[in-house]
Design a protein around this ligand. Structure first.
Ligand code: ADP
Ligand code: MG
Length: 258
C-alpha cells in the first residue's frame, strides 16, 4: 500500500490528468473525498468504483439538461406549474398534464396545435410543454414562426434549405409560436411547408396560432399547398383550443384600484 502524503500518492499523481483526458469532471472533483471515505470505512473496491461512476452519470445528466434548456430558448418561468388552468375552462387540465408528463406523443412524432385568441395563454402553454420535454431529457427549440421563416428563407437563398431543415432534426420538438403572423410575402417561398413535410411522422412540431385552419391561406403560397400542409399537420396531431378571454386583460382588470 502506498502512503498518503498531502493527499497525493505516487499512484494518484496522474489521476487528475487522466480524469481530464477522459472528461470525467465529477469524479475529478469528488475522488479525494470518496476514496478517503472508502479507506476510512473499508468499502469494497467495487463499491467505491460504483459510487464514483454514479456521481459522474448523475451530474452528466444534469449538465445535459442544463445545456438543452439553454439551447431551447424557452421563455423563462412559463411552466405548467405557473399556468392557471381555471382561467381556461375549454382546456382539459388532465389532457395537458398527460402531454407534459408523458412523451409518447413526442416519440411517435405527433404534433400539437394550439389555437386561441391573443392573450389566451398559447405562448405560455407551448413553453410549458417545452420545459416539460427538456426536463424529460429531450431537445427542444422555441422560436417565433416569423424568425424561423426568415432563417430558412436566407438558407434557401444560399441553396442550403435542405441542410438547414436537417439541422433542426436534432430537436425532438420544434415550437413555432404564432404561425398566423407569417406574412404573405414570407409565404411565397413555402419554406414552412418544406419544414412540415420534412418532419412529418418523425419529429414533432408544436404550433400556436390565433386562427384555426380557415385563415391559413395567407401562410402558404397557394390553396393546394395549404391543404397539403394542414393534412400533414393534422394527421397525427393533438389539437388544443383555448377559447377564452385574454388572460392579460383579465389579470389587469382584476388588479386592485380598478
Ligand atoms: P398568447 O400567446 O395566447 O397571446 P400568452 O401566453 O403570451 O398569450 O399570455 C399572456 C400573459 O398572460 C403571459 O404573461 C402569460 O404567462 C399569462 N397567462 C396567460 N394565460 C395564463 C394562465 N392560464 N395562467 C397563468 N398565466 C397566464
Ligand atoms: Mg403568444
Amino acid at each position: 500500500m502506498s502512503t498518503a502524503t498531502g493527499g497525493m500518492t505516487i499512484h494518484t499523481a496522474q489521476l487528475p490528468a487522466m480524469l481530464t483526458q477522459l472528461r470525467l469532471p465529477t469524479i475529478a472533483r469528488l475522488w479525494p473525498a470518496i476514496t478517503e471515505a472508502a479507506d476510512r470505512e473499508s468499502w469494497p473496491a467495487a463499491r467505491t468504483l460504483s459510487a464514483l461512476l454514479e456521481h459522474e452519470i448523475a451530474e452528466r445528466a444534469q449538465r445535459r439538461t442544463a445545456r438543452h434548456l439553454l439551447e431551447a430558448r424557452l421563455p423563462v418561468g412559463k411552466t405548467v406549474e405557473a399556468f392557471d388552468f381555471a382561467a381556461v375552462p375549454s382546456l382539459s387540465k388532465a389532457r395537458v398534464m398527460a402531454l407534459a408528463e408523458g412523451d409518447a406523443w413526442l416519440t411517435r412524432g405527433a404534433n400539437i396545435l394550439l389555437f386561441g385568441p391573443p392573450g389566451a395563454g398559447k405562448t405560455h402553454l407551448a413553453a410549458a410543454l417545452g420545459h416539460a420535454m427538456v426536463d424529460a431529457g429531450y431537445r427542444v427549440l422555441f422560436t417565433r414562426t416569423t424568425d424561423l421563416v426568415q432563417h430558412l428563407q436566407a438558407a434557401r437563398q444560399d441553396l442550403k434549405l435542405a441542410s438547414a431543415i436537417e439541422k433542426l432534426d436534432k430537436y425532438h420538438l420544434l415550437i413555432l409560436d404564432d404561425l398566423s403572423y407569417v406574412q404573405k410575402s414570407q409565404a411565397e417561398t413555402s419554406v414552412i411547408f418544406e419544414l412540415i413535410a420534412a418532419r412529418y411522422e418523425r419529429r414533432s412540431l408544436l404550433i400556436t396560432a390565433n386562427q384555426p385552419f380557415g385563415a391559413w391561406d395567407a401562410i402558404f403560397p397557394d390553396p393546394a399547398m395549404t391543404v397539403a400542409a394542414i393534412d400533414r399537420l393534422v394527421h397525427h396531431s393533438i389539437i388544443l383550443e383555448m377559447n377564452t378571454d385574454s388572460y392579460r386583460r383579465k389579470s389587469a382588470e382584476a388588479r386592485p384600484g380598478r
